[in-house]
Design a protein around this ligand. Structure first.
Ligand code: TTP
Ligand code: MN
Ligand code: MN
Ligand code: MN
Length: 416
């Protein structure tokens, strides 16, 4: 009589890379609970525990229907004792005591707030927490010496914690394309990360850049960055050169999840005028005033000091609110957006694409599958077959899945 009892007899494969995991699924109450515990474990630098909760959540995300009772979980992989206990509690009581305690704990709240600062990891946040620093404001007041990334992270804290919309990602993509084509015509730019998996929002925007003539992409990033900087598009950037060839990472050694491509972690200055999300909450600087006037006359809007001219949609409202209330903002017609740029040689493109599309758990599961089930080493650069002692080439993601003996999983189903 209970609907969905057949779940128990359906066999579900145990690696997330063997399953289709769509963005929208049927068990969000359960996966939200498990994700909190995963996050807490990661913030406490208990990686193993974090992965266990993430795997359990990913399993639930891949199920074709809602789980209504614990008996439906019989025979399913990836559900450890702890995760099962939490799931049963949520199914029976609607909430889990451990999850509630975690979300309300001072330490969890502080660690989330502090690691929410760009450039701050769990180790640093924990050190600060133990010194009594619980919020970005506490940190600001503390007088701690911050590196360049952390300074930018603090300066743009509120904005960088607003989700980036697909429309904003597309707008950033157009800027990146102009920059790349200005310095290397024929280069190809691909939107990667969460947006490639079909997410409608993200914490940043990720792009992969390559060129069909191998070698032409070498040293591309500094040129792109110079162009962007000259045009005033960058609020922060840190570029790292390609270190793949010099790396001591032999093929037989398990690849780390950090790759060695030329890359740039940046913060873009995205104009909010282009998209109907025009924002104005106050006029202070002359420069701002002048540019606002130009804008207004262009659009035939009446000038009025301190008034929001055009705010379209819920997201624009939020952006407007944050910009209007951040301590250091004068009049603003732009917002800060985190952007990651990666450059890959053409022959490694398929591996880079697969490695940078995510999700993080999906990537982890691919590498685990490769090592444990196929005696292969997968990285964002290459796939190495340890039995045949050779690299396996691929020019598409499909070929990599084939090499790995896996059914092809499209990006929209990699939301593990
Ligand atoms: P993220 O941008 O961190 O995550 P995301 O795009 O999936 O989610 P969000 O929408 O919140 O931004 O990372 C994107 C992918 O890039 C992820 O699969 C991991 C991969 N990656 C690397 O391979 N190497 C790296 O050094 C980093 C930072 C990410
Ligand atoms: Mn989840
Ligand atoms: Mn991303
Ligand atoms: Mn990213």
């Amino acid at each position: 009589e209970k609907p969905g009892l057949e779940l128990a007899v359906v066999s579900v494969p145990s690696y997330a890379c063997q399953r289709h995991t769509p963005l929208l699924h049927h068990n969000t109450t359960l996966t939200d609970a498990l994700s909190i515990l995963a996050e807490n474990a990661e913030l406490s630098e208990n990686e193993g525990r974090g992965v266990a909760f993430r795997r359990a959540a990913a399993l639930l995300k891949s199920l074709p229907q809602e789980v209504r009772g614990a008996e439906q979980l019989r025979g399913l992989p990836c559900l450890g004792e702890h995760s099962l206990r939490v799931i049963k509690e949520v199914l029976e009581d609607g909430v889990s005591h451990e999850v509630e305690t975690t979300t309300h704990s001072e330490q969890f709240k502080a660690m989330k707030a502090l690691t929410g600062i760009f450039g701050v990891g769990a180790k640093t946040a924990d050190r600060w927490f133990r010194e009594g620093i619980h919020t970005p404001s506490d940190l600001q007041r503390s007088g701690h010496t911050l590196n360049r990334a952390q300074q930018a992270g603090l300066q743009y804290y509120d904005e960088l914690n607003l989700p980036v919309t697909k429309a904003e990602a597309v707008a950033i993509g157009q800027i990146v394309e102009r920059a790349v084509h200005a310095v290397l015509p024929g280069a190809e730019i691909t939107l990667i990360g969460g947006f490639r998996r079909g997410k409608q929002t993200g914490h940043d925007v990720d792009f992969l850049i390559t060129h069909p003539d191998e070698g032409r992409e070498e040293g591309l990033m500094p040129k792109v960055v110079s162009w962007l900087e000259a045009q005033g598009f960058l609020l922060y950037q840190k570029t790292t050169g390609n270190s793949y060839l010099e790396s001591k990472e032999g093929p037989a050694r398990p690849a780390s999840n950090m790759d060695r491509f030329e890359r740039c972690f940046s913060i873009f200055r995205l104009s909010t005028d282009n998209e109907g999300t025009e924002i104005q909450t106050g006029l202070r600087s002359r420069r701002g005033l002048r540019s606002r006037r130009g804008l207004r006359s262009r659009r035939g809007l009446r000038s009025r000091r301190g008034m929001t001219l055009v705010v379209v949609g819920d997201h624009a409202q939020k952006v407007s609110w944050v910009l209007g209330h951040s301590q250091c903002s004068g009049p603003r017609s732009w917002r800060a957006v985190r952007v990651d740029l990666v450059v890959s040689p053409y022959s490694q493109f398929a591996f880079a694409l697969l490695g940078w599309t995510g999700s993080k758990l999906f990537e982890r599961e691919l590498r685990r599958w490769a090592v444990h089930e196929k005696a292969m080493t997968l990285s964002s650069h290459a796939l190495y077959d340890r039995k045949r002692t050779q690299y396996l080439r691929a020019s598409s993601e499909e070929e990599i899945f084939t090499h790995l003996g896996l059914e092809y999983i499209p990006p929209c189903d990699r939301n593990a």
